[in-house]
Design a protein around this ligand. Sequence first.
Ligand SMILES: [Zn+2]
Length: 448
Amino acid sequence: MEIEIATIGGYEEVGRQMTAVRAGDDIVIFDMGLNLSKVLIHDNIRTEGMHSLDLIDMGAIPDDRIMSDLEGDVQAIVPTHGHLDHIGAISKLAHRYDAPIIASPFTLELVKGELEEEGKFDADNDLIAMDPGETTSIGDSGVLDLEFVNVTHSIVDAINPVLHTPEGAVVYGLDKRMDHTPVIGDPIDMERFREIGREGEGVLCYIEDCTNANKKGRTPSESVAREHLRDVLYSMEDYDGGIVATTFSSHIARVKSLIEFARDIGRQPILLGRSMETYSGTAKQIGIDFPSDVEMVGYRQSIEQTFERIMNEGKENFLPVVTGHQGEPRATLTRMGRGETPYELEDGDKVVFSARVIPEPTNEGQRYQAEKLLRMQGARIYDDIHVSGHLCQEGHYEMLDALQPEHVIPAHQNMSGFSGYVDLATNQGYKLGRDLHVTSNGNIIELV
Ligand SMILES: [Zn+2]
């Protein structure tokens, strides 16, 4: 059976991930993501009404025109998890394919939300939920199976899809870290990866998340970030002024920890901001292990009213968890910094960033500005209470050891970002151009 991999997006950047695997006459697409930095750099851009081709020209979504070079029918679109760099282009591209979208339950709910907000296209692809650990058959050949292996990442319900073919398994490894003690959900299923590496024809190809490939060592578990956060918030227990926290809205485990520790120190947590409401609301709705009684406020006007209430009843009784960890100009925390909300920051008030600045010039500039504004009002900043969601080098080593893939393709980075992975894989016996395929967007790699 002929096997080809089309590297469509995310092979020159962290963002707009999309990869297609052709096995015989059948094609499976993994991820259809957005490159948010290409959108944010233009002020006031609203992608909902934009045409795919304009977004492709901007470099915001994958250029999927290469799909016409693959001879076969698309049988499934499979997003790995709910981050926008993996699902953000589904609303712009999925309608071109007569294929269902198959995803884990939380991811599928977020995809539904994306499709509902879309203003230009009307995708009517079937939406099929599949749990981590499950397998389904793909296409009509009867020899292809799609399996979801449970992995751990900075969003719940993340999976690594595996396409089982007669030539061996194609394992799509985006995005994960090896977490054996995650705060929500099951640990990464390394046992299953080891089995896949040793059963049948083994692993034909492994596509790896190289976000942190230049970083040595091991990415810590989410439980490490949780303990760090506990330490920081407990240290504020006797403070009788304002405490405000921010984190990634999609990071359900982190938001859960913030809610729990706020209550532990005698404060009422309130989630503020539209994306906080979207992600946490979705988690609550599909029954993820998440506090169901927490107040969430999404719309601007209701946020202002909530801040007024907090000021009236006393800041010391509350812990607002807000959007704006990257200093996004329109996010709640940035507006608080500019003094645009009824919440008055005073000398000594605490602002907790349970996030890391995404190392990208736009982010760094905006975040610097937001922090400066908060400091000018007297806020004390607690920064970087966070762990990455991506494997570092020892994780990459362990994955190669578990899967023993015949071919490897580094992804989710640019050329300089791949370099650490190339070193590591070369040391493990792979050879550039033979079985280690460093590539860019818009290429097709023939494996069989
Ligand atoms: Zn991700």
